[in-house]
Design a protein around this ligand. Structure first.
Ligand code: ZN
Length: 300
């Protein structure tokens, strides 16, 4: 097996942190998830961090039990084994968001009178504010009436600063990005930002490794942490996405093929881990890599 020098260095990660891998059971596992798993397990094993497997099934309108089963089977087959969480010897409900209703209700109570109810649909918000930014911006219209099925949080108009382990210093002002933050939607489902932030606090997650598609949400999660009384910032690493490099011409097929489909075509677990490592830019050419070897891809 040819050896290659680690391509990415993370000297800022202290030993003994706690990180998480947190798939949503709204689809099958694909190469993008495997790229994330390589970063999570690779950096955790290299730095002596614990890996928690959390099932992010907060969106009960879209989740399916067979997706969860398939994700857990695929992770086991690939060789990514968590130290805690769903699929470990822990009580699975402690790490499954659909079992955290009272946890989220308590957190909501702790936010006090900065929380209010809102009745606006997406269409109404767009009609009032126009779409002049990358995402929907809520204008605080319902702060006074405080009625309706949505639950929102008033954010401070101050920037949040954090240092990303790959991207360096980041400054985000959530009140300008999204306006008052949606915590629970009109169907009664907790939102991604709220559920994930509460769980990261409750589960003592101190190292958050995830794709750069989530980067813009970090400022609002940091502000939510502050309002919930969390004392410290976790360390953040937002890794590249497998389709980020256009020159590599990742095919649409590679992006959408599920791990089960790769397996059915005769690819081994090491073939798939190596394919994801190559496509996320961690190795210069494609070669099989076992899940137990992914720590060798990083310097810590
Ligand atoms: Zn409203």
């Amino acid at each position: 097996m040819p050896s290659s020098r680690p391509t990415q260095s993370f000297p800022m990660i202290p030993r003994g942190l706690r990180t998480r891998f947190a798939p949503s059971p709204t689809g099958f596992l694909h190469l993008g998830h495997v790229a994330s798993a390589i970063y999570v397990w690779g950096l955790a094993r290299k730095s002596g961090a614990e890996v928690v497997l959390r099932m992010e099934d907060h969106d009960q309108g879209r989740v399916r039990k067979d997706y969860e089963t398939s994700i857990l089977d695929d992770l086991a087959w690939l060789g990514f084994k968590a130290d805690a969480g769903v699929a470990s010897s822990d009580k699975a409900s402690d790490y499954r968001q659909s079992d955290h209703w009272s946890r989220y209700e308590n957190a909501l109570q702790n936010l006090g009178d900065r929380v209010y109810r809102c009745q606006c649909s997406r269409k109404e918000i767009l009609e009032r504010t126009g779409k002049n930014s990358e995402e929907l911006w809520y204008d605080g219209f319902c702060r006074v009436h405080n009625q309706g099925p949505n639950i929102r949080l008033i954010l401070d108009s101050k920037p949040q600063t954090f240092v990303d382990g790959l991207l360096g210093e980041q400054i985000q002002t959530a009140s300008e990005q999204c306006g008052d933050l949606l915590l629970r939607d009109r169907d009664g489902f907790w939102t991604y930002n709220f559920a994930v932030t509460v769980d990261d606090i409750e589960e003592d997650i101190s190292l958050i490794i995830r794709g750069q598609d989530i980067l813009a949400a970090t400022g609002r999660q940091l502000e939510l942490r502050e309002q919930l009384g969390a004392k410290e910032q976790p360390l953040y690493i937002h890794h590249p996405l497998i389709w980020a490099d256009e020159t590599k011409k990742l095919s649409k097929r590679d992006r959408s093929t599920s791990i089960g489909q790769w397996r059915d075509q005769g690819f081994s677990a090491a073939d798939i881990v190596g394919k994801a490592a190559f496509q996320v830019g961690l190795i210069p050419s494609e070669r099989p890599i076992h899940a137990t070897e992914v720590e060798d891809l990083f310097h810590v």
